[in-house]
Design a binder for this molecule. Structure first.
Ligand code: MBD
Ligand code: FE
Length: 281
């Protein structure tokens, strides 16, 4: 599996950029009044920082070079999803009664292979990592089963690579859409992901190095859970006590998103139950 090591920030960044631009919602507009207010406020905050800290021409030009490089590396999706999306998600979902969620991140792909209520995610014969059985139930806020709910799951492999964004992986590796049974139940066989370092050989990596930050996210599973007539939950689940759970570069961890997997009786894999509650639309 050595080809995976040839993954570069620019290659995954450019795939994420292309895929984002092909989404129908990309570039939706707002009223001139709102654009004026929002952009005016953001620029005002930047002006204020420049004055307060007496930003120099050298620093201004370093910023200009860096912004140009973010685009050249295709890293706008990565930059925005790592450093801004968590606040957008918080605001968009604060009125929910049902399950909390988290950010989507840059590596979702719609229309993954549809699988029955108990299924293995598509994976290689020698897929590395500890097997994980992820099971649960999807209900509405009054506890009624959401029969046939869709549980979409996608996650990085044991080396931290996402299929379709790193070379050498089967197209749908570790991605699938599980259709829950008539009681809203699902049981997904996959492998436990490892902590994840965001691509760090591009512009985002240069920022992280220049600021003395780290590039890590805790190990995570990405999910989208949906059912007719209900609000879709986009989520991420983490492993309690794991590295970077308290220090996620993307600030996307919440206490309700922590899993406590336990070894199965035969000791060959870990098992965890997590239920989803969806608000009405
Ligand atoms: C990821 O895998 C991710 O989930 C986020 C939010 C940002 C970068 C890479
Ligand atoms: Fe991720």
């Amino acid at each position: 599996m050595t080809v995976e090591y040839e993954a570069t920030a620019a290659a995954s960044g450019n795939s994420a950029t292309e895929r984002f631009l092909s989404k129908e919602s990309a570039g939706a507009t707002s009223s001139p009044e709102r654009v004026d207010m929002l952009v005016g406020e953001v620029l005002g905050a930047v002006h204020e920082t420049i004055r307060r800290h007496e930003v120099s021409y050298d620093e201004y030009e370093a910023l200009k070079a860096w912004l140009i490089q973010v685009g050249a590396d295709g890293e706008w999706p990565l930059f925005l999803d790592v450093w801004l999306e968590h606040v957008v998600e918080e605001v968009a979902t604060e009125d929910r009664e049902g399950s909390q969620g988290s950010i989507e991140g840059p590596y979702y792909v719609a229309d993954s292979p549809r699988l029955p209520a108990e299924a293995s995610l598509p994976m290689r014969d020698d897929e590395p990592g500890t097997p994980l059985v992820f099971q649960g139930r999807v209900t509405d806020v009054s506890g009624r089963s959401l029969s046939g709910a869709h549980v979409e799951m996608w996650h990085a492999d044991d080396y931290g690579f996402y299929s379709q964004y790193a070379p050498g992986l089967p197209e749908w590796n570790l991605r699938g859409t599980v259709v829950a049974d008539e009681w809203g139940r699902f049981r997904i066989h996959t492998v436990q992901p490892a902590p994840y370092q965001i691509p760090h050989d591009g512009a985002c990596g240069a920022l992280i190095a220049a600021a003395g930050w780290h590039a890590w996210r805790p190990a995570h599973l990405h999910l989208k859970v949906s059912a007719a007539g209900h609000r879709r939950v986009t989520s991420q689940l983490y492993f309690r006590g794991g590295d970077y759970v308290d220090d996620d570069i993307a600030q996307a961890v919440k206490p309700s998103l922590l899993l406590d997997p336990t070894p199965t009786a035969d000791g060959t894999s870990n098992e965890v139950t997590y239920n989803f509650t969806l608000d009405r639309e």
